[in-house]
Design a protein around this ligand. Structure first.
Ligand SMILES: [Zn+2]
Length: 289
């Protein structure tokens, strides 16, 4: 049975450990259709997409989570966004030659920035230095430092799919690490090929057939860009009327393309006049008098 674009949660019944599996197909294809990426960038972005879906399911939020890898190497910026309905979009920026190598060779002294934006609530942001040889290592380190829970991830990607597996040790009064050590050892035997090609039940059976594991119903994941004409209008408002008038007199219209999905938005002088006379629907509170 194929399990396309799904996230599964699972729980070890007699151990304070939970897990998640994600498999992305059309979601990943939609990212790759919009831009051409060199293979090392593609691998890192696919792993980050899977990791972002997994992380979003460990957190409770209603809004969007933005994961950024800010690099000082050839890879300058990777962005993956995931909202609470698991609609995702992603983009990568790089410059110059891309070496085959570990995370440090690609991103230099980079950092991982994770922001959670929720309507009517403060923005939450955490920033950690990028560590480890691969993105799964960097995420493991991030989770240990930010949520202080032992979490391990396995990520795999190719030209068609991106997949990930996560296990997390839940707070437990017993202080016993025997279960965690055993589950960790079992999970470590997963191979990238299995993660990419097997369904959730097959993976759980393959790894944990002697354990008591509860698999929850699948949750769908999809590519969806959050850009809109209204958001572009807000951006033009923040740019200012004079700046927009300058562009109009030079170019006749203001053309804005969404870098995530390539959607183009065009504003002529009549549209632009409307932008500056209409009260925005979602004006930030500090600007509402
Ligand atoms: Zn877009």
């Amino acid at each position: 049975m194929t399990e396309r674009d799904q996230l599964h949660r699972f729980l070890f019944e007699h151990a304070a450990i939970r897990g998640e599996l994600v498999h992305l197909d059309a979601t990943w294809q939609a990212v790759l259709e919009r831009h051409i990426y060199p293979s090392v960038v593609k691998t890192l972005l696919g792993e980050m997409l899977a990791a972002s879906a997994l992380l979003s399911a460990t957190l409770k939020f209603s809004g969007r989570m933005i994961m950024q890898l800010q690099g000082s190497g050839p890879i300058t910026l990777l962005v993956v966004e995931c909202d609470h309905q698991r609609h995702m979009r992603a983009i990568a920026h790089w410059a110059g030659d891309l070496p085959e190598g570990d995370l440090a060779a690609l991103a230099g002294d980079g950092r991982l920035v994770i922001t959670i934006e929720q309507a009517g609530s403060e923005r939450y942001q955490s920033i950690v230095a990028l560590t480890g040889r691969c993105f799964a290592d960097a995420m493991t380190d991030y989770l240990l430092r930010s949520v202080q829970l032992d979490t391990l991830l396995w990520l795999a990607t190719d030209d068609h799919q991106a997949a990930g597996l996560l296990i997390q040790k839940l707070p437990d009064e017993s202080g016993d690490s025997e279960n965690w050590n055993r589950i960790q050892a079992l999970t470590s035997t997963i191979r990238k090929n299995e993660l990419l090609t097997l369904g959730a039940r097959e993976i759980l059976h393959r790894l944990y057939h002697e354990e008591d594991v509860r698999l929850f119903d699948a949750e769908p994941v999809a590519f969806r860009c959050s850009c809109s004409r209204e958001r572009v209008s807000n951006m033009l408002r923040s740019l200012g009327e004079n700046e927009v008038q300058d562009i109009l007199s030079e170019q006749g219209s203001v053309e804005v393309a969404c870098e995530f999905c390539n959607q183009k938005y065009s504003f002529d002088s009549v549209d632009a006049a409307g932008v500056f006379t209409t009260v925005p629907a979602h004006d930030p509170p500090e600007r509402t008098q």
